[in-house]
Design a protein around this ligand. Structure first.
Ligand code: AMP
Ligand code: MG
Length: 414
């Protein structure tokens, strides 16, 4: 399988996504579900709120009793009970009667509206308490109806949703103590290169510190994976092949960095040819052209190029969508937003460019500018970038002022 396949970005993406079947879901306590893909539908087993209740501290009354209330002839109601939140009324409110009611308490039968304390006068306390109201109240004022928020039987969340802390509140209110969600896949991140040093090693002639591996490990973690193996490997094809095979035994996803292009000592290229169901790719994208991809032994394998910009971009536009598909997310990409091009960008027809770009707000629109020279060996452009500006395959350039799309990593301050 030493053939190198040339393909466009769209085809590469389609091949990655076609190769992926979502991992079987797992059941977790609902608090562990935040940030993960929901893998079941959440159908409301009851209404929210579950019962009609007061939105204010005040008096639950019958609106009809206040119909002709005015300064000249106030309505004076007899307070027959006090209703704190959590204690339902045992009686039905009769004509001329009111119940002192607190926010969240169930409305008594017979009551149809609430007069807040600040809109009436209290006379006396305890059994002799009266409430004096000087104007009419519309029906159901300051009343929260059962089901006004969520109706019983509604599909509240569809499978594939990334659950937020706010979703968790809905889930808690509906009584789902456990949920089916995506599992956390085990990931191996293997960097290759005789020139690479660990972060705490002093530089020596010809050597650089391994900067891709920590970045990629963090990106994987942020995308919902758990990094089980992290290794830095010398440029030795046999050793790299061995490390990949070992990682495939325990990990759902194996990522390699570097050694996949046309160099004399590119070990992943050689190792890939010994793996079943792995192809070498030349993807018409910049950065990130040389890659390897496949599903050896039913796992997911991405051979990423070595240049830092390539690692960052290939991760965003192929690996991350792949990881999210494996987890069962419906939203695979970073938010795709319309932007205006602030500074012209040159590309080439037949190639998709992902330009590390900064964004700035101008009159309500986001304007994108390349974050420094787009050299794939540089680290700072991806560090400065708010987004990847997409130059589509058919376009040779993006002109100043042109409308385009960007994959947003973070938004600039306004
Ligand atoms: P390669 O594809 O292995 O030839 O790598 C391409 C370029 O990326 C070379 O300049 C490498 O030194 C650099 N590179 C490869 N891996 C890493 C890494 N893990 N961290 C930083 N730079 C790397
Ligand atoms: Mg290398």
């Amino acid at each position: 399988m030493s053939l190198v396949r040339s393909l466009g970005y769209a085809e590469a993406r389609a091949r990655v996504l076609e190769a992926i079947r979502p991992l079987p879901p797992v059941q977790v306590p609902f608090t562990a579900a935040v940030g993960r893909a929901l893998r079941q539908a959440v159908v409301a087993p009851h209404e929210l709120p579950p019962f009609r209740n007061s939105a204010m501290d005040g008096y639950a009354v019958r609106a009809a009793d206040l119909a002709s209330a005015s300064d000249a002839s106030p309505a004076t109601l007899t307070v027959v009970e006090v209703l704190p939140a959590g204690r339902p009324s045992q009686r039905t409110l009769g004509p001329g009667q009111a119940a002192r009611i607190m926010t969240g308490a169930m409305l008594p039968a017979g009551a149809d509206t609430v007069v807040p304390f600040e809109d009436c006068e209290r006379s006396g306390t305890g059994p002799g308490e009266r409430c004096i109201v000087r104007r009419p109240s519309p029906l159901a004022e300051h009343v929260r109806d059962a089901g006004a928020d969520v109706r019983e039987g509604t599909i509240v969340f569809e499978p594939g949703r990334e659950l937020s802390p706010h979703d968790l509140a809905v889930i808690a209110a509906l009584g789902f103590a456990n949920l089916e969600v995506s599992p956390i896949p085990k990931v191996a991140v293997l960097s290759t290169g005789d020139e690479l040093l660990d972060v705490d090693q002093p530089l020596r002639a010809g050597a650089i510190r391994d900067s891709n591996r920590p970045m990629l490990a963090q990106l994987v973690t942020a995308a919902g994976g758990s990094v089980h193996i992290e290794q830095r490997l010398p440029d030795d094809t046999g050793g790299v092949a061995h490390a990949i095979r070992e990682a495939l035994e325990t990990c759902d996803i194996v990522l390699t960095i570097g050694g996949v292009s046309a160099g004399d000592h590119d070990p992943v290229k050689g190792a890939a040819t010994t793996l079943p169901d792995v192809e070498l790719w030349r993807v018409a994208m910049r950065p990130g052209r040389p890659q390897a991809f496949g599903t050896p032994l039913g796992r997911l394998f991405f051979g990423l190029p070595g240049n830092p910009a390539s690692v960052a971009c290939v991760f965003e536009v192929l690996v991350r969508p792949g990881i999210r598909a494996l987890l069962g997310h419906t939203q695979l990409d970073r938010p795709r937003v319309p932007v205006r091009v602030a500074v012209p960008v040159e590309s080439r027809a037949g190639r998709t460019d992902f330009v590390r770009a900064t964004l700035a707000w101008r009159e309500g629109e986001l304007w994108a500018s390349a974050a420094g020279a787009q050299l794939s060996g540089h680290l700072s452009p991806q560090s400065q970038a708010h987004a990847l500006l997409v130059v589509p395959e058919a376009a040779e350039r993006l002109a100043a002022g042109e409308r385009a799309e960007a994959l947003v990593l973070r938004l600039p301050e306004r």
